[in-house]
Design a protein around this ligand. Structure first.
Ligand code: CA
Length: 227
């Protein structure tokens, strides 16, 4: 059924590549949509909410990075960035951008599909699955968190940090990204403040479950939640 197919947005200004990708996605059970101009992306995503975006970096109309930054202001849709420059990948990985993955051109449709599937699988982990894997439950409406069924007495910042990490298992967040998620007012927060919140969070979780180590430090980058 057409409606149950997940939509993948391909933003790519090389028609031949886009065509191959669209066909491959279609054959693999996805619905593909193609845009070839950077300016069209934000309006389209706002009205169509695709499951994932494959975003070329060099685009007519508007640069891929710029598009990505604006997208992240209102959406957490998974994004795979595509670039023709190998050395660009290293630079991108070091930036505080938080794309979900990167592919280097030329890449095969097969390689892309594997990454798409991987990310979507990660994104679809339900709260129930996270819970059974780690014992962590977060209830955003009530701002309540539990570990192994036991209530955690968290500050609002600690709660939001835990919620953000636990609902995106496997995804690495930089400290800046985490702070953007937990503070609404964009106050200036230092890396050290983030570390200190995480430290308190870990302490509270370890008090309930000794040896709890699902919140991992990623050296030089930030944190991730290992489910
Ligand atoms: Ca291009």
């Amino acid at each position: 059924m057409e409606t149950t197919r997940q939509c993948i947005l391909i933003v790519e200004d090389e028609p031949k590549l886009a065509e191959v990708l669209l066909e491959y996605l279609q054959q693999s059970g996805f619905r593909g949509h193609w845009l070839d101009n950077g300016r069209e992306v934000i309006p389209w995503v706002r009205t169509n909410t695709p499951a994932l975006v494959v975003l070329d970096l060099m685009l007519p109309g508007r640069d891929g990075l710029e598009v990505f930054k604006e997208l992240r202001q209102f959406s957490a849709i998974p994004v795979i960035m595509a670039t023709a420059k190998v050395d660009e990948i290293d630079r991108l990985m070091g930036l505080e951008l938080g794309a979900d993955d990167y592919v280097c051109k030329p890449y095969s449709p097969r390689e892309l599909l594997a990454r798409v599937r991987n990310i979507l699988r990660r994104a679809s982990l339900s709260q129930q699955e996270i819970l059974s894997a780690t014992g962590v439950e977060t209830d955003l409406e009530r701002m309540e968190a539990r570990l192994d069924g036991q209530g955690l007495n968290l500050t609002p910042v600690e709660f939001r940090l835990l919620h953000q990490l636990a609902t995106h298992p496997g995804k690495v967040f930089s400290r800046t990204q985490l702070m953007d998620c937990v503070y609404d007012d964009h106050r200036v927060v230092t890396d050290r403040a983030v570390d200190s919140h995480i430290k308190n969070l870990r302490r509270k979780m370890e008090a309930v479950q000794p040896g709890f180590e699902a919140i991992r430090s990623i050296y030089g980058v930030g944190y991730k939640f290992d489910a």
